[in-house]
Design a protein around this ligand. Structure first.
Ligand code: PHE
Length: 352
């Protein structure tokens, strides 16, 4: 080997290597080039440097200097390319992970209260202002509380008012025959037995009747029961409360009226009407041309019922009322078919 050919080899190696480094697409390719040129065992430049010892002594410093210059140039190019690749990688990542904080958020679907729950709460909110507090009773009830304690003995014709679904099981030795409660009135007895007056209770709940289902009847529906018992309670208290209630629920300008009614557990009994919300009382198909809509049944608690609740009818008087929550919700929201309440169709429920 002479000086001229070694120096030509070094120049060629340097040019080749610098080109390869500039073209390396990623860090792995760069390391590959580095190993081929600078590798301790088989690197091309390492090989040349190892051969320097075999040169004539006078040539060694020149060749050594040339080889060092190539090594430094390659090392610098490697560093530079490495930094450039790292910068590119960062730029790519930043572009890929870019977050535009000014974009509007994606809306999450939100649930809402079922219209019956919403109506229940509104009724409880209004009557709560008069001191009524919520009490609850079971949906599977005894005949004794659903009927007998409410002054409806077995075989009483008034049982026809409530087509009853009985539980298909032998009568419970302690509790007697079991049924699905046909109204929330048995909870009146439970409340009266649970503590002394004054009583102001609201009793919401699901009720059941053996009825053919149509737009205005369900075999499963909701009621809200009210009960007040104290010394000196009169029908005037009932009237005043119901007027305030109807005013808060439907508007203070709406006319209301009491009509005579019949329930075995109240005496006297009334139906409470509000003027038709659709026609304002002139008469229309919604109110069957009556001009009035009945929103609840009520009356003064029958002395027999007070007695069955463990209270002295000589000392205490009370009033009770019961309304169909479904019916109230239909009036509030202008719904014409009560079946939609229990169908769980999101297209209906999403409107509330
Ligand atoms: N329980 C009666 C019904 O279901 C309603 C009612 C309750 C009437 C309280 C008077 C007093 O029809």
């Amino acid at each position: 080997m002479d000086l001229a050919s070694i120096s030509a080899d070094l120049d060629a190696l340097r040019d080749r290597t610098l080109t390869a480094i500039a073209a390396a697409p990623d860090v792995a390719a760069l390391e590959q080039v580095e190993a081929e040129v600078m590798g301790r065992k088989s690197g091309a430049l390492t090989g040349i440097m190892k051969g320097i010892g075999a040169l004539p002594a006078g040539d060694r410093p020149r060749v050594g200097a040339l080889a060092n210059a190539v090594r430094d140039a390659v090392a610098a190019a490697l560093d530079e390319r490495r930094a450039a690749l790292a910068g590119e990688a960062l730029t790519n990542r930043l572009a890929a992970e870019r977050i535009d904080v000014s974009l509007p958020g994606r809306p999450l679907p939100r649930g809402s209260l079922h219209p019956l729950i919403e109506t229940n709460r509104e009724i409880a909110r209004i009557l709560g202002q008069f001191g009524f507090v919520v009490a609850e009773g079971p949906e599977v009830e005894t005949d004794a509380l659903n009927f007998e304690a409410l002054n409806i003995p077995p075989d009483h014709p008034a049982r026809d008012l409530w087509d009853t679904l009985y539980v298909d099981a032998p009568a419970d030795p302690e509790r007697g025959r079991l049924l699905l409660r046909t109204h929330t009135s048995p909870v009146q007895i439970r409340v009266m037995r649970s503590g002394p007056p004054p009583i102001r209770a609201l009793m919401p709940g699901r009720c059941f009747r053996h009825e053919a289902v149509d737009a205005s009847h369900g075999f499963e529906f909701f009621q809200m029961e009210g009960l007040m018992v104290d010394e000196g309670t009169t029908m005037a208290h009932l009237r005043g409360l119901l007027e305030a209630f109807a005013g808060a629920l439907f508007g203070a300008d709406k006319r209301t009226r009491f009509r005579p009614g019949y329930y075995p557990f109240t005496e006297p009994s009334v139906a409470f009407d509000v003027e038709c919300l659709v026609c304002g009382g002139r008469g229309c198909p919604a109110c069957k041309r009556l001009g009035w809509m009945t929103i609840l049944g009520a009356g003064m608690v029958h002395p027999v019922v007070l007695h069955n609740g463990g209270l002295d009818p000589e000392r205490y008087q009370g009033f009770a009322f019961g309304m169909g929550t479904d019916r109230i919700a239909m009036l509030r929201y202008g719904i014409t078919d009560l079946r939609v309440f229990l169908e769980d169709d999101p297209r209906f429920l999403e409107q509330f």
